[in-house]
Design a protein around this ligand. Structure first.
Ligand code: SDX
Length: 454
């Protein structure tokens, strides 16, 4: 993208030298201060652990306005996409920049369906795990292992080989997640059925058995389709940034997505949906909502109210609103409208949103707060919650990987640091170290005694 620069910021350094840094205009959201020349011009690094104020890349895929609670994918609102689109349309949109026409959609869906099967040896690979392995552990291992299976397309500078890799990864994730679940149950795996949509196929591979015909429930399929869309992409979140960083060295995209799965697994990220449900289960077993709220507010207690807060949203996460409505609809249509978890979640949300701590810190429900209830209603066990998130987010990971690889200005990501360790010191022979340590210990205890007397 030709960058629009028409403003600069001048910085006066301690040696009276002045440097100017360009400001690059965005199409939406904050403009950026281009600091690429800062170190060369000033000898200073920037310091921003956790990237609170740092843009790691330029992207056209997703825009979030955290203050207004807006989420756009290539300019389309998440509300519109969740209401009108199907997951394959959103996948095409994220990958290629616009919604597909009829022909493009049919071709894309055919390409994805064509790659949903796994190599038969992957069954043996999955059987190497313990039955009680967490599905996310199985997914990290299996997706990483798939980087050994496609020797025919490892030249990622070749657009055709890149495209087939993106299709393979997106297509195989539901099969891997479903097979990991079937393996944990000791049930035979169910093969993909090319007559079904992506969401239907995933539900059937997860819940069907060879003993009876599986009948898709349109309510469930629609809810799964929405859930996949709501989790598809979210700008430079931790797992997407992991995939981008791993991919910046030119690494195999299957291996990069495995790294993304690993990052998503954490409870501060995609693992929060499982943690929310555990919290609701405890409340259902008579834990008090106010105890969770008080613990979340206690600076001495590391507990965070799971499903609340967000690095970017300081307003309601728009996905949480759509997810809450989907919960109501699915539970009503499944005849479970008196679901205890939804009632507890609504009470917990109400208590938090009216509490001054949460109001002051602008902590609102995020995508994970209601997704667990929807996954419960769809029949998923807790252990599969983050695996479902990974299936959906694969589309975002692959879209960002593709955008990064196709960026002609791409460089390997290699952050710098603030070093506060030892200055240069001489090597000490082994027989002299223990003596040195005991001398230092003796001196420090004398100094300590001296302090105590004074
Ligand atoms: C996802 O990045 C993405 O886009 C992620 C995601 C995506 O689609 O990819 O949206 C998916 O990961 C959603 C988030 C799921 N995680 C959780 O629900 C776990 C609970 N939430 C927190 O861990 C936290 O809110 C984070 C990790 C989500 C965000 O943390 P930040 O941005 O680093 O903010 P912070 O932890 O510095 O919080 C700011 C303040 C802190 O208090 P002070 O140090 O200023 O006194 O708010 C407090 C925090 O202690 N706080 C919370 C809280 N979240 C933040 N206090 C209680 N409960 C919480 N949930």
């Amino acid at each position: 993208m030709d960058k629009k620069v028409n403003k600069k910021i001048e910085i006066s350094l301690s040696n009276n030298k002045k440097i100017q840094l360009p400001i690059i205009e965005s199409t939406e959201g904050p403009d950026v201060l281009d600091v690429r020349a800062l170190y060369k011009e000033s000898g200073y690094f920037t310091f921003d652990p956790g990237y609170l104020s740092t843009g790691s890349c330029e992207s056209k895929i997703t825009f979030i306005d955290g203050g207004k609670g807006i989420l756009l994918h290539r300019g389309y609102t998440i509300e519109d996409l969740a209401k009108h689109a199907d997951f394959m349309e959103v996948a095409y949109l994220l990958l290629h920049g616009d919604l597909p026409n009829i022909k493009e959609k049919e071709k894309f869906e055919k390409n994805i369906r064509y790659h949903t099967m796994l190599h038969e040896q992957m069954k043996t690979f999955i059987q190497g795990f313990r039955r009680d392995a967490h599905p996310m552990a199985v997914m990290v291992g299996t997706v990483g292992a798939l980087s050994a299976f496609y020797r025919d397309s490892e030249d990622f500078s070749n657009s055709r080989q890149r495209l087939i890799s993106t299709h393979r990864i997106i297509a195989k994730m539901p099969t891997i997640a479903a097979w990991a679940y079937k393996y944990s149950l000791g049930q035979p795996v169910i093969y993909p059925n090319n007559k079904l949509t992506y969401a239907e196929n995933f539900m059937r591979m997860t819940f069907a058995t060879p003993c009876e015909d599986y009948v898709s429930n349109p309510v469930i399929t629609k809810a799964m389709n929405q859930l996949l869309i709501l989790h598809a992409d979210h700008e430079q979140n931790a797992s997407t940034s992991t995939v981008r960083l791993a991919g910046s060295s030119g690494a195999n995209p299957f291996a990069c997505v495995a790294a993304g799965i690993a990052s998503l697994w954490g409870p501060a990220h995609g693992g929060a949906n499982e943690a929310v449900m555990n919290m609701l289960l405890k409340i259902k077993r008579n834990a008090k909502i106010k105890d969770f709220i008080n613990r979340a507010k206690d600076p001495e207690d590391p507990f965070k109210l799971m499903g609340f807060g967000h690095r970017v949203y300081k307003n309601y996460d728009p996905r949480a609103s759509v997810m809450r409505d989907a919960c109501h609809n699915v539970l009503n249509e499944l005849g479970r409208k008196n679901n205890p978890f939804l009632a507890i979640a609504l009470d917990l949300e109400d208590a938090a949103l009216n509490d001054s701590y949460f109001i002051k810190k602008k902590l609102y429900p995020n995508v994970d707060f209601y997704s667990g209830i929807l996954l419960w209603a769809l029949g998923f066990p807790l252990s599969m919650y983050t695996a479902v998130f990974a299936v959906a987010r694969t589309v975002g990971w692959v879209a960002h990987w593709k955008e990064m690889i196709e960026d002609p200005t791409r460089k390997i990501s290699r952050p710098r640091q603030l070093y506060t360790g030892h200055k240069k010191r001489d090597y000490i022979e082994l027989d002299k170290r223990q003596k040195r340590k005991s001398i230092i210990k003796a001196i420090s205890s004398i100094i300590k005694k001296g302090y105590q007397k004074s």
